[in-house]
Design a protein around this ligand. Structure first.
Ligand code: ZN
Length: 241
């Protein structure tokens, strides 16, 4: 089975469309949360995901948009966008986001937005964070998003965790080591590369590949201006930060 792994789409329709076009035919999409928040097209992104075979978990921005999360811990721009998103959601989009679980298991893969320990909020930012997470899932692999940065953490048979930052086109063949992997963010990359990030998984050959694709950033920025979303959120898309 060929799986497109997407995370942190953040209502960026142009980025999501570019990712779908770039990945070609897949059997299913696995979405790791934060479909909405920050970006200008939450309903369109939800509708586009739902037109594909897929599974999806909830992210912190999805929970904020549906009123399940106190946004007092958000920074000012994130809080403004969360309130804007709440008002923009159609009843159908709201019901869809409300239906999403915090974690899912598919075969040998666990899906969690932030971390397997704290699926909605915890960031896995380094090897020590990853090391703490391995005790909280039973499968060989855990797929996470939330940081908007591609990452791969491997747990060796002697319990040592090694972290790497996969670049575009890098592949990893799943073997005996357990892993925590992050495809990077579709709609608001934060690793200094403004191109949309995602991953492809072939469940037969067990190859995981990290991909990047350019998208018309200006299109999303124009839509954000029309929606009067914060300038800092508009600007950061051009820098991939
Ligand atoms: Zn996010």
């Amino acid at each position: 089975m060929r799986v497109g792994i997407v995370s942190d789409i953040h209502a960026n329709l142009a980025a999501f469309q570019a990712v779908l076009a770039d990945m070609g035919a897949v059997d299913t999409l696995w979405c790791l949360g934060d479909l909405v928040g920050y970006g200008p097209d939450p309903n369109e992104c939800i509708a586009l995901l739902r037109r594909h075979e897929h599974i999806c978990i909830v992210g912190n921005h999805d929970q904020a948009a549906i009123g399940n999360l106190d946004i007092s811990e958000f920074n000012a721009a994130a809080a403004i966008s969360a309130r804007w998103t709440s008002q923009a959601l159609t009843p159908e989009s709201l019901a869809y986001l409300q239906s999403l679980p915090e974690r899912l298991v598919w075969g040998d893969f666990t899906l969690a937005h932030g971390s397997p320990r704290e699926p909605v909020w915890e960031y896995i930012l380094d090897e020590s964070g990853a090391a703490a997470g391995f005790a909280y899932f039973d499968t060989g692999a855990c797929l996470v998003g939330h940081t908007h940065c591609p990452a791969l953490y491997r747990l060796s048979s002697v319990n040592r965790v090694t972290g790497t930052t996969p670049g575009a086109g890098d592949c990893f063949i799943l073997g005996d080591d357990r892993i925590i992997a992050n495809p990077g963010g579709v709609g608001q990359p934060r690793d200094g590369d403004p191109r949309a990030a995602y991953a492809l998984l072939d469940t037969q050959s067990r190859v995981l590949e990290w991909r990047r694709v350019a998208y018309p950033i200006q299109t999303t920025q124009d839509r954000m201006r029309e929606a009067a979303l914060p300038q800092s959120l508009i600007d950061r898309l051009a820098y991939g930060w």
